[in-house]
Write a protein that binds this ligand. Structure first.
Ligand code: ZN
Length: 359
């Protein structure tokens, strides 16, 4: 069966950033068969079912490379209580995220996926712990998913970005590694191959060297993707400096966690030297512009891209609206660069595709 969407504006997402105006796209058995001027494509497929695309845009689905579906109702409120950018980096009067029962988490996650689909997202990396609670509910939606089970072993309930010296709890590490293995055994390759189970280290200041190495080995064994919140808070940088005498990206490099199938989220509190280290590894950076703006600190995306990182986009715990993310990415990076034309929307569009992320 063939469908032709005609008289539309078509953005292919190809590297040449081309946009086809008043154009048509022919889809034959789920595959794109042709893109070109409306007259030509319609003449080539005379028996196709035609869809009038006037006033509409046809474009690739978005890939949201950093989200937490179960926190969909947070709407970024918790970003307003985030760790400050100045010493002593302690959070005051922080309202904790309310505890949710597994069925409540499943309801939130489903709501998150619905909102994602509504903005044109066709692939998403969901990062949290105990994904097993709600995996079934979101796999059933048909969205392409990377389920990244997050682990940490920082003792005494200390939160990410909080100052101090790292202390490990080996029991937390063992339980976390087991959760990833269990989720992988059950869900990797599910949904006709649309589900990937990934390995998530929470953040450098939440994961001991031993756990980081174990996660590196597990990722290799499972031959999958890894992710981490990297250089997200200045408090995180302080912990790593105080404990190991180095910077967070150097810490990951030291323990072999940097590689091209890693998605490093945030990368805001980063030195130019760290950007070069990350770029040389070929890792992807998930630029989460809405939460970056909310925390008053945005990564040097143009520099990270120039250093060799692939740039991807994420919502983090804001709304799942990837159109808002794309728009914010352009505006925030222009403001940071003090440039009127860079980055172009077409360039940000390339960041929002699935192929932007991991090989
Ligand atoms: Zn996050």
């Amino acid at each position: 069966m063939t469908t032709v969407i005609h008289h539309a504006t078509i953005v292919t997402g190809a590297r040449d950033l081309s946009i086809h105006f008043n154009a048509a796209i022919a889809i034959e058995n789920d595959l794109i068969a042709a893109i070109g001027p409306t007259d030509e494509v319609m003449a080539r497929f005379p028996n196709a079912e035609n869809v009038d695309g006037r006033g509409k845009l046809v474009m690739p689905g978005f890939a949201n490379c950093h989200t937490h579906f179960v926190r969909i109702l947070a709407r970024g409120i918790f970003e307003d209580q985030n760790a400050p950018n100045r010493p002593p980096f302690t959070r005051k009067r922080r309202v904790p995220f309310p505890p949710l029962r597994p069925e409540q988490r499943a309801a939130m996650a489903r709501l998150g996926v619905l909102e994602a689909l509504r903005s044109g997202t066709t692939a998403a990396m969901d990062i949290t712990n105990n994904i097993q609670d709600y995996a079934e509910a979101i796999v059933a939606t048909g969205l392409r998913l990377v389920l990244a089970e997050q682990v940490s072993d920082r003792a005494k309930g200390v939160r990410v970005g909080e100052p101090g010296v790292f202390e490990a709890d080996p029991e937390l590490a063992d339980k976390g590694l087991q959760r990833i293995a269990d989720l992988h055994a059950k869900w990797h390759g599910a949904g006709n191959g649309l589900v990937t189970v990934a390995v998530a280290a929470h953040a450098p200041d939440m994961v001991s060297p031993a756990l980081l190495q174990a996660l590196r080995d597990l990722r290799e064994k499972l031959d999958t993707i890894a992710t981490i919140h990297l250089n997200q808070y200045w408090g995180e940088v302080e912990v790593i400096k105080n404990t190991y005498g180095m910077l967070p990206t150097e810490y990951l490099a030291r323990h072999g966690f940097l590689q091209e199938r890693l998605v490093a989220a945030h990368c805001r509190c980063m030195t130019p030297e760290e950007e070069k280290i990350l770029g040389a590894s070929g890792a992807s950076v998930s630029f989460n512009p809405v939460v970056a703006a909310r925390s008053g600190n945005s990564p040097r995306i143009t520099d990270l891209e120039a250093s060799g990182c692939r740039i991807a986009l994420g919502t983090d715990e804001f709304t799942e609206d990837m159109v808002q993310v794309l728009r914010s990415a352009v505006l925030i990076e222009r403001l940071r660069l003090k440039e009127s034309e860079r980055p172009r929307p077409e360039e940000a569009m390339l960041w929002g595709r699935l192929t932007a992320t991991v090989p």
